[in-house]
Design a protein around this ligand. Structure first.
Ligand code: TUI
Length: 314
């Protein structure tokens, strides 16, 4: 039990990251049923789709779950309203500033937990009423900031009074224990939950995560102002080549990338898909249920802490 567990009424301080085309009702409900916080991704979906997903999740769990709102979505305004109407209890945000929605969410009694990639952003979010923040380092998959987890998390912990959840590069009990040492009170994992049995993505995606080694991810999109980490494959290699080519416009690069995550998650398109994943993919080597993943994270974290505290290092 700690501040995160008390705040949300969850058993374990483990969040499943909101991942577009990945984190739908099935996975979120399984994680919440296993004692963590399941999160539905609103991604670029419209209000009707997100509403249906929330209602589906409620049929699969009576536990608390969250909705992640990707602020760069063209439907962010509509989805921000849907979470209020549907009585969602926790909202996490990504890829931008949720400032303009904060008042309405807080008035509705929603707990708001923004994902932040810098200290300044964390401080601003606390002032606006965030009840916690996820400090996400650049080891993460998907859209990332400049900082890495090891340096970001303690600096965010020093700067805010609300509890901090660490994200980025954490996929096992050692990473969990390290996050606690850095001052975090919980963790958010994305990549590890990609291979959960309850995760509905194409088997090709899961197999690529399981096969991945430490150096198998690449960051593309820096030129466009939104760096994204994904597994190296023909798609990301071509994307990187287009970014280097001075004759290719940003619009052309954007067009090349459109729909690539869907191709990966839904079609399992090995060559044309964008398989977003974090650097921890090299740590993820088997398919397990959400319950097994959460139990393993908790047990191996406790074992690691015991090992270190009874060793003669300190
Ligand atoms: O949002 C994420 N991860 C994501 S979103 C996504 S979909 C997407 N794809 C391409 C471009 C944009 C979105 C795939 N993965 N994680 C949380 C996160 N938020 N990471 C970094 C940030 C972030 C970055 C800049 C938050 C705020 C920010 O700017 C604040 C400002 O100053 O405006």
């Amino acid at each position: 039990m700690n501040r995160i567990c008390e705040l949300l009424g969850i058993k374990y301080p483990i969040f499943q990251g909101g991942m577009a085309w990945v984190s739908e009702a099935n996975l979120a409900a399984a994680v919440s049923n296993a004692g963590g916080l399941g999160i539905i991704s609103a991604m670029n979906a419209n209000a009707d789709i997100v509403r249906a997903e929330i209602r589906k999740c409620k049929t699969k769990t009576d536990k608390i779950f969250a909705v992640n709102i990707m602020l760069a979505s063209p439907f962010a305004d509509d989805v921000a309203q849907v979470v209020v109407e549907e009585g969602v209890r926790v909202v996490t945000t990504g890829a931008g500033m949720p400032s303009k929605y904060m008042e309405a969410w807080l008035d509705a009694g929603i707990k708001v937990i923004p994902v932040v990639a810098s200290v300044a952003f964390a401080v601003r979010m606390e002032k606006l009423g965030a009840c916690a923040v996820v400090a996400e380092g650049g080891e993460s998959g998907g859209h990332i900031g400049e900082m890495n987890t090891m340096a970001l998390v303690p600096q965010v912990c020093d700067a805010v009074n609300v509890p901090v959840i660490a994200a980025g590069g954490i996929a096992d009990g050692r990473g969990f224990a390290a996050a606690l040492m850095l001052g975090a009170e919980g963790i958010q994992c994305g990549t590890r939950f990609l291979v959960a049995e309850e995760c509905v993505i194409h088997d090709n995606y899961k197999n690529k995560i399981i096969a991945a080694h430490d150096v198998d991810t690449i960051v593309t999109g820096k030129k466009l102002g939104h760096p994204v980490r994904a597994l190296k494959n023909p798609f990301t290699r071509q994307f990187a080549a287009l970014e280097k080519d001075a004759t290719v416009t940003e619009q052309q690069i954007n067009e090349y990338g459109t729909g690539a995550l869907r191709k990966a998650a839904v079609e399992g398109d090995i060559n044309g898909g964008c398989f977003m994943a974090g650097q921890s993919a090299g740590l993820v080597n088997k398919i397990q249920s959400a319950q097994e993943i959460i139990d393993d994270l908790m047990n191996s974290c406790a074992a690691r802490i015991r090992e270190v505290s009874t060793s003669n290092i300190i």
